[in-house]
Design a binder for this molecule. Structure first.
Ligand code: DC
Length: 229
């Protein structure tokens, strides 16, 4: 008799903006042969859609916006909203700021959580991956509280600001380090102080401070924990 035991592993990676969750999560997922899913892209895609429909952060969302929003994430990671691919525009600072306002709304969080759970279900059903790494703010606390491995990635604000500034300075020559730092600080405050699903480490998450760690060192430490080394 065969016993069916699911070996599909869920790894959660939460933390503040600019800490390198996406880069770290992608490399970790590659190392383990897992699928990588960024929940921030889902929130950003909803903000993109809302802005295009005339929303501004101090206003209520356009009526029916969420009912009509069909977000799909393909196995290759490509995200589409109602059949359109917003692409790299989702990485812009303008979208990031709008997203941190939009993501306080319960209906937005519900929709995003559902998309994340459904995407993970279909990845598991596809049978090509041994697990999934998900990055965000509330993955270990709300989206997958029963995940086998939880990490909370953090780093000092000045280091996060410098990393983000270096990433953006070629495409945004007018940007200053001070502005990037201020923006990250404001986002951290909004993300941490919101009532619903605030940014925080799950009680059973391992906190990884990468202020003094290279990408390889952070990934090595996490992979070793997951593999029980
Ligand atoms: O990780 P990011 O920079 O792509 O996130 C953009 C914004 O989306 C962030 O300010 C807060 C929100 N977000 C969230 O509320 N919950 C998540 N799981 C992921 C992102």
């Amino acid at each position: 008799m065969t016993t069916s035991k699911s070996a599909f592993n869920i790894v959660t990676l939460d933390g503040p903006g600019g800490v390198g969750k996406s880069t770290t999560g992608k490399v970790l997922a590659e190392r383990l042969g897992y699928y990588f899913l960024s929940s921030g892209r889902i929130y950003r895609a909803l903000a993109w859609l809302a802005l295009r429909r005339g929303w501004s952060v101090e206003k209520a969302l356009p009526a029916g916006l969420l009912d009509d929003a069909n977000i799909e994430i393909a196995t290759d990671g490509a995200l589409s909203v109602n059949g359109e691919h917003p692409g790299e525009v989702l990485s812009s600072g303008e979208i990031a700021t709008a997203t941190s306002f939009l993501s306080v709304l319960p209906a937005v969080r519900e929709l995003s959580t559902r998309v994340q759970r459904e995407t993970v279900e279909s990845i598991e059903a596809g049978g090509h991956y041994a697990g999934v790494v998900l990055e965000g703010r509330d993955i270990g606390t709300v989206v997958f509280p029963g995940a086998a491995h939880k990490f909370f990635l953090t780093a000092r604000l000045d280091i996060r600001a410098m990393r983000r500034f270096r990433e953006l300075k070629d495409t945004h020559p007018a940007l200053t380090l001070e502005a990037v730092s201020e923006d990250l600080k404001n986002r951290d405050t909004r993300d941490s102080e919101r009532e619903l699903a605030p940014l925080k480490a799950a009680g059973d998450a391992i906190v990884v401070d990468n202020t003094e760690l290279s990408l390889a060192e952070a990934v090595d430490a996490m992979a070793a924990k997951i593999m029980g080394l």
